[in-house]
Design a binder for this molecule. Structure first.
Ligand SMILES: Cc1ncc(COP(=O)(O)O)c(C=O)c1O
Length: 375
């Protein structure tokens, strides 16, 4: 059955990126960073695409952030030369893989314990390099990170004892913001993220430790914590795309969402239900990693406000008509539906390629080169 509305003539399900919207998101965050004299170090786990990383760097990013050594390897292979692994790297295998990228790449890693310090130090010495270290501070997410200034001081003092390690500063990620239920809460979490980190940096400096970087950021908080004087760097990731969670949190309006999934209606088995060819293997079952309560269903069906994408199985998405839907209309079999996913980053990770679109034309295809690698 040929599609009725799919002007792009893409087979579905397909992940589509609106290039003008993407570029606008990249430029707006770069401008915020410049205006506030901040370094922008985007987290590329959001897109896992060297093509997008290159656009971010061309727009002024100082370097990139990654979550995994595997992402760092792909990005380094694509020519990125300044990479912060915002994660604790604790095994010899991973540390060796990381340092194999030096000296071509200026590297830094997260640290929140003295336990892996000797491994990092020895490997950096063996590679004849100085590995950058940023101490992770827990500002409320309660994931990794030292809990307070005393612990940060002790750890920073230990790092300073290792000549092959370079203590660069402190970083945090206030991911608990994804559990916020109002714009006021988002603002409060962002403000606290910034002020806590600046106060922490001052404590370390007054103990004689050189804190060059005070690095913060999530997409919802980057513009808030980044505006706190004393913060030096922001690391938003999702902002290149935005998604239904960001819209629900009040971060942006729907039209800023640059990544969309195209799906086809494959069945209309009841007067209030259609089935799409995009399920959890395309859209992911993500409703927000940290208790998000700002989304309904599994994605926004663009142009169909009366319909809810209620359930997903692996290759089926079941959309139902809300009882109060104004006109009771359902899309036809074969019709293309555009979906703004709840969480664009998990959708990107499931995709092999981004179909890059301008207007009604596919203008490029960018491989999601660092996706889906379990390492
Ligand atoms: C350490 C760290 N920094 C930055 C980010 C980027 O945040 P966001 O996904 O809200 O853009 C993340 C996201 O998980 C993160 O874990």
């Amino acid at each position: 059955m040929p599609s009725v509305t799919n002007k792009l003539d893409l087979d579905t399900p397909a992940v589509v990126i609106n290039r003008p919207a993407l570029d606008k998101n990249i430029e707006a965050m770069a401008r915020f960073a410049t205006d506030h004299k901040l370094k922008l170090r985007p987290h590329v786990k959001a897109h896992k695409s060297p093509d997008i990383a290159r656009r971010q760097l061309a727009a002024g990013a100082a370097g990139i952030t990654v979550a995994k050594v595997g992402e760092a390897e792909v990005m380094a292979g694509a020519g990125v030369r300044d990479i912060f692994v915002a994660n604790e790297i604790v095994t010899p295998t991973k540390i060796d893989r990381l340092l194999a990228m030096s000296p071509d790449v200026r590297l830094a890693v997260a640290l929140d314990s003295p336990d892996n310090l000797p491994l990092l130090s020895r490997a950096a010495a063996a590679a004849a390099t100085r590995l950058g270290v940023l101490i992770e501070i827990d500002t409320g997410l309660h994931r990794c990170g030292v809990p307070d200034a005393r612990a940060a001081l002790e750890l920073a003092a230990l790092v300073a004892d290792h000549p092959s390690l370079e203590f660069r500063g402190i970083f945090t990620h206030a991911g608990q913001v994804y559990g916020a239920t109002s714009v006021d809460q988002v603002t409060e979490i962002g403000r606290l993220e910034g002020t806590t980190m600046v106060a922490m940096a001052e404590r370390l400096r007054s103990a004689g430790l050189p804190v060059a970087e005070v690095s913060v950021g999530s997409t919802p908080t980057a513009r808030i914590s980044g505006a706190v004087p004393g913060v030096t760097e922001i690391r938003p990731g999702n902002y290149v795309f935005y998604d239904a969670i960001q819209v629900g949190l009040g971060v942006v309006a729907e039209e800023r969402c640059a990544l969309r999934v195209l799906a086809t209606v494959v069945s209309r088995p009841a007067s209030d239900r259609v089935v799409l060819d995009a399920g959890s293997k395309t859209l992911a079952l993500d409703r927000g990693a940290h208790g998000t309560s700002v989304v309904q269903g599994f994605g926004r069906l663009v142009g169909w406000p009366g319909m809810l994408l209620e359930r997903l199985s692996e290759e089926h998405g079941v959309a139902v008509l809300a009882p109060d839907a104004a006109d009771g209309r359902l899309p036809r079999i074969g019709e293309t539906i555009e979906i703004i996913p709840n969480h664009a980053c998990t959708v990107a990770n499931l995709a092999r390629v981004f179909n890059v679109v301008e207007g009604d034309r596919v203008v490029d295809r960018w491989p999601v080169a660092a996706a889906g690698r379990v390492d």
